[in-house]
Design a protein around this ligand. Sequence first.
Ligand code: PGA
Ligand code: ZN
Length: 407
Amino acid sequence: MKIQSAHSWPILDSRGNWTIAVELTLSGGAKAQAQVPAGASTGRHEAVALPAAQAAANVNVEIAQALTGRDADLPTTDRFLIALDGTHDKSRLGANALLGVSCALARALSIAAQQPLWRTLRDIYQPSRPATLPRPMINILSGGLHAGANIEFQDFLIIPNTATTMHDVLQTTVDIHRAVGRTLRAQGYVLTGVADEGGWGPLLPSNEAAMDVLSSQLEGRADIAIDVASSHFYENGQYHLKREGASRTAEGMTDLLASWTERYPLVSAEDALAEDDWQGWQTLTARLKDKLQLVGDDFFTTNLTRVKKGIETGCANAVLVKMNQIGTLTETFEVLEAAHAAGYRCVVSARSGETEDSFLADLATASGAGQIKIGSITRSERLAKYNRLLELERSGDLALAGPVYGR
Ligand code: PGA
Ligand code: ZN
């Protein structure tokens, strides 16, 4: 099978920013589209996304010309595109252009093979690990760059831990999301609409107030995960918690998390320290790795070199996997493989700027990662993925991953 044509055009994402769609046609007639997400609290070491119009033009001219007539093999195509781009950060053709082609090709191959996308991905990249429905960690309260910097920490999430089906995970989430909304209103906090990922974005006095409200509504049905996204309030060796008028060192941040593990059902903390604070991460990991899943997002940026360095130096024990941080599916699966081989957990994640594409649900399932982070249970760009997971559950041949985090 050969690649017959590739097209791209600008579309809007969930924040009203331009991103791209890519459509690929194969010689047998299979045709598929993919849409590319975009972050707001991006890491410094991410591959470079070009403005949508430029990325689309690169697909329509240079990439389309180079790919037409080539074999429709996914890893070979990804490697060819990486070489064609020729930069270390995909800044010439755009990581968004490359990822759109990579995902559209995967979907076209699944259509040609008349099988679900997750099976095609699994057969290409993970033939030996069983596919599982990932257990979601779900945003309930937002702060940081996703909610007007009301509080500094970016996400307060739940991981339903008693539910044994995707349906029940989502029912638990709906219950807790509503109960938290009621509690916030009853306590007189101003609800400033929904945040970028669909969670509540209330004006709270402190990050700890968010932990108090959330933990009061769990009824033993869920644990708590946080995304501190600390690179975005780190300056000159200090983490600045402006809302509470305090600053902390890396050690102070580690102390704070340690105290939270005693007081709240906290099991997972993402980007607790800044993206280049390797020394801080080492100490944090040595102290808390047995109590917490310590996830690197901006810290790793789904970059194999950074993940390997983290493994070698004892930093973190889990990787947030965002395919557009690196720009191709082949490199995304390489990171998943390296993490798994080292005993690091993986959380497959959406971006704060998303589209109605449900690709991520199949990616997480195929990889056997065991965890997925999509955002809240409002806003349809989030629900496209949750509803796809419900559809996959209906097929009956996929089990929901157990609670694989923390304690
Ligand atoms: P982003 O945020 O997509 O805005 O980078 C998501 C996250 O930090 O996990
Ligand atoms: Zn993050």
